[in-house]
Design a protein. Structure first.
Length: 227
């Protein structure tokens, strides 16, 4: 029997410290102190900025993704008082910071969990709402060996919880008989997976409800007893 697990990335297999707002702050360099800009100042402009937000540009993929995001970053910087040339220059630096492996911390139990799943006969895949080059980051973090493929919104032009990206994932995995979605987002991962007819596992903060998932755990290693 062919069986597959699709893993979310950020918040599930790895974590980042305010990835987007932190990257925009780093891209400012000395301009941050000159304009008195903090992470908190950058967050409001990012709330509805991404293609996977409700009402976002869900069709964006590849270079179009970054062209759109850079334009939005420029708007955020301009609203904080940067000149057009400063905003454009800083926006152009964000991508490199976001793609740097130093921007992420791999979950302590990620590699061991993925290895055990592979040993048990599961094919591991990434299914993530993220930038198109996510596979490069996963490989740079030392996790690439565990994955048979990647389905990423910024490369596909589809976003979770849209059922279309789950159908694309099924095709990518050659229509497995048994399929799970594992992630930390109740809407994108749990509701999206359920709507697609998949089994779902929710990596939840301690004390959180199960969000309707078939399995709720607080860490990856705990998930192994259900797979």
């Amino acid at each position: 029997m062919r069986k597959a697990i699709f893993w979310d990335f950020d918040g599930t297999l790895a974590h980042s410290d305010h990835l987007w707002s932190g990257s925009l702050l780093k891209a400012l360099g000395p301009l941050a102190s000159q304009h008195g800009v903090t992470v908190e100042d950058l967050r409001p402009g990012l709330q509805d900025c991404f293609p996977w937000n409700p009402g976002g540009r869900h069709d964006l993929k590849g270079p179009e993704f970054w062209s759109y995001m850079n334009a939005r970053f420029e708007e955020i910087y301009a609203a904080l008082g940067l000149s057009p040339s400063q905003a454009r220059e800083c926006a152009g630096k964000v991508r490199e910071i976001v793609l740097a492996k130093e921007s992420y911390q791999v979950s302590p139990d990620a590699a061991a969990t993925l290895a055990v799943c592979a040993y048990k006969g599961w094919r591991n895949y990434i299914l993530s709402n993220n930038f198109p080059e996510l596979d490069q980051v996963v490989k740079a973090l030392g996790l690439g060996q565990f994955f048979s493929g990647y389905v990423v919104s910024g490369a596909a032009g589809l976003n979770k919880p849209d059922t279309g990206i789950f159908r694309l994932a099924e095709r990518t995995a050659h229509f497995p008989s048994l399929i799970w979605m594992v992630g930390d987002n109740p809407a994108a991962d749990v509701a999206g997976g359920l709507a697609a007819g998949w089994h779902t596992a929710y990596i939840a903060p301690k004390g959180a409800s199960n969000a309707g998932a078939e399995v709720t755990v607080t860490n990856l290693q705990e998930l192994l007893k259900y797979l």
